[in-house]
Structures are given as structure tokens and as C-alpha cells.
Design a protein around this ligand. Structure first.
Ligand SMILES: [Cu+2]
Length: 133
């Protein structure tokens, strides 16, 4: 019955390969941008810092390529009130900074699209930043 046992072992090994062959890395939906600080002071040249987090590990994810940004007042019903967003160098790995002018106090929506190294698809998040007077 040795061959039977060998066959079973081979089958088990195959199943093992199939199971561990599933992507071990996080899926794109497990990544999320989070605001480091939810408020800014209304005015020119404010800095907004976000962190890209792998929700399965809680770790910050460096070297993402941010391909789209938009900042507008959609949360306060003014989606046509958009402001320019300028990417700035991050201060630590996994954080991403943007400079923008918040011309009015209220809620602003920061829409981000990004590619993560080694992952297919893209991270699309909308974050609400409150500009205070
Ligand atoms: Cu406005």
C-alpha cells in the first residue's frame, strides 16, 4: 500500500500548493488612505498629510504612485469649488503630502487615486478635510 500512501501525500502536497498559491499579499481593497490630521486652517498653502495603510497589517505603505488628486467642496454641496493640489515630498515612508489653498472654511473632499507597488488595480479614496476659520 506504499504507492497509495505516496499518492495521498502527493495529493496533499498538491492541495497545499493550490492553497498557498493564492496571493499572499494584500488585495488592493485592503489599502486605504487615511488623513493624518482631519482639519486645516482655511487659507493659502495649507499642507494635508495622508497615510496609505495596509489594513491587514496596519502598516504604512511607501512608494505608491498617486496618479489623481482632486480637492473640492462636494461635502458642502459645492463640487464646482475645486482647488489646485500640489504634491509635496513626504516626510516619512508611507505618508504623502499635498499643498492646497482652502479658500473657504468648511468641508473639503480630497479624492485620491493611486497605484501600489506589486498590486493590480488602484486605490480610490475620498477623504473629508475640514477647513476651520
Ligand atoms: Cu465653498
Amino acid at each position: 500500500m506504499k504507492s497509495f500512501h505516496l499518492a495521498r501525500a502527493a495529493a496533499a502536497a498538491l492541495i497545499g500548493v493550490v492553497v498557498t498559491g493564492l496571493p499572499a499579499h494584500a488585495e488592493i481593497k485592503n489599502y486605504e488612505f487615511q488623513l493624518v490630521q482631519p482639519t486645516v486652517k482655511a487659507g493659502a498653502d495649507r499642507i494635508v498629510t495622508v497615510r496609505l495603510v495596509d489594513k491587514t497589517t496596519g502598516k504604512a505603505v511607501p512608494d505608491a504612485v498617486i496618479f489623481s488628486t482632486r480637492l473640492d467642496m462636494a461635502p458642502d454641496g459645492m463640487q464646482e469649488m475645486a482647488t489646485k493640489v500640489t504634491p509635496m515630498p513626504g516626510t516619512e515612508p508611507g505618508t504623502y503630502r499635498f499643498k492646497a489653498t482652502f479658500g473657504m472654511a468648511g468641508r473639503w473632499q480630497l479624492s485620491l487615486g493611486a497605484k501600489v507597488q506589486g498590486e493590480t488595480g488602484s486605490v480610490e479614496n475620498k477623504l473629508v478635510v475640514t477647513a476651520e476659520k
